[in-house]
Design a protein around this ligand. Structure first.
Ligand code: GLN
Length: 280
């Protein structure tokens, strides 16, 4: 295969606090094992950010580096240009918030780069812990697992779809305009039932803060054609290899079953189930 898939690790020295570089490694490895040539570009602040990458990966960061990263991206416009020209963008936590219209860092409202219509505000308390969601990509009974650690709450615009429904944790958090009733899942799968019970208790915990009477089920992240964001660290693609392959499939057609991936998939699946069990 002659073409080289270019993965851009965006401002890793600012958005690398939570080990999300692992997402870059997972994407690269899963391409290489399928026979693709891969180039990883570490787009650090001292270099210009390339505009022709196939996929751009942004990780989490503390407030000050997050603001710094947003400023660099606003000034260079390279990520906006790449996205407009068809590149795929994957953002986690701070890297997610930066891609919206605005976010709050160090008690200041900062402008994002506006790839999609959403904004983040400060929540009343920090969201820390295991985050379990399901997504329409994989259906209700395949759970994605990550770890969240953020002070922000993200509000999606009318036309912006979340990545999934939160079963444990907060994800985007409380969103007055986007609430909806609980998924009433009639599944008899004990694990699913247990998750449903758990998520109800989270709702109870937060009910006093809700301004509407309807129960809220939180959502996580966003998903559109060339943009996928989440609050899940982990790194999330190491915990959930199917999500990695979903992203890769948006960039280049990939085969599902490749022998060389078997061992990686087994390790990833073991990690995902181990983390899910830890939340029960
Ligand atoms: N600084 C952001 C917040 O607290 C993002 C944190 C992170 O990337 N984990 O909301």
């Amino acid at each position: 295969m002659d073409s080289v898939i270019c993965i851009v690790d965006v401002l890793p020295e600012l958005l690398g606090t939570y080990g999300d570089y692992g997402n870059v490694i997972v994407l690269a490895k899963r391409l290489q094992l399928r026979g693709f040539k891969v180039r990883i570009i570490q787009a650090t602040a001292d270099k210009s950010i390339p505009q022709t990458g196939d996929v751009y990966v942004l990780g989490g960061g503390e407030d000050s580096p997050q603001s710094e990263a947003a400023k660099i991206l606003r000034n260079s416009k390279s990520l906006n240009i790449a996205y407009d020209n068809g590149s795929f963008v994957f953002g986690v936590c701070a890297g997610f918030q930066i891609l919206g219209n605005s976010f709050v860092a160090d008690n200041k409202v900062e402008e994002g780069i506006g790839l999609a219509d959403f904004y983040s505000v400060r929540g009343s308390r920090r969201s820390v812990g295991e985050l379990v969601i399901n997504s329409d990509i994989f259906g209700p009974n395949y759970l994605l697992s990550g770890f969240e650690n953020h002070g922000g709450v993200t509000v999606l615009g009318q036309d912006v779809e979340p990545l999934g429904r939160v079963l444990i944790g907060k994800g985007n958090g409380y969103n007055e305009s986007g609430n909806s009733s609980y998924k009433t899942d009639n599944s008899t799968d004990p694990m699913q039932l247990s998750f449903n019970k758990y998520s109800r208790s989270i709702d109870d915990k937060f009910s006093s803060k809700m301004t509407k009477k309807t129960p809220i089920q939180f959502r996580d992240g966003i998903l559109s054609k060339r943009l996928l964001c989440t609050y899940m660290h982990g790194p999330v693609l190491a915990r959930n290899y199917k999500l990695a392959d979903f992203i890769l499939n948006q960039i280049v057609p990939i085969e599902d079953e490749v022998d060389a991936l078997g061992r990686l998939n087994t390790y990833s699946e073991r990690l995902r189930t181990e983390r899910l069990k830890s939340t029960l």
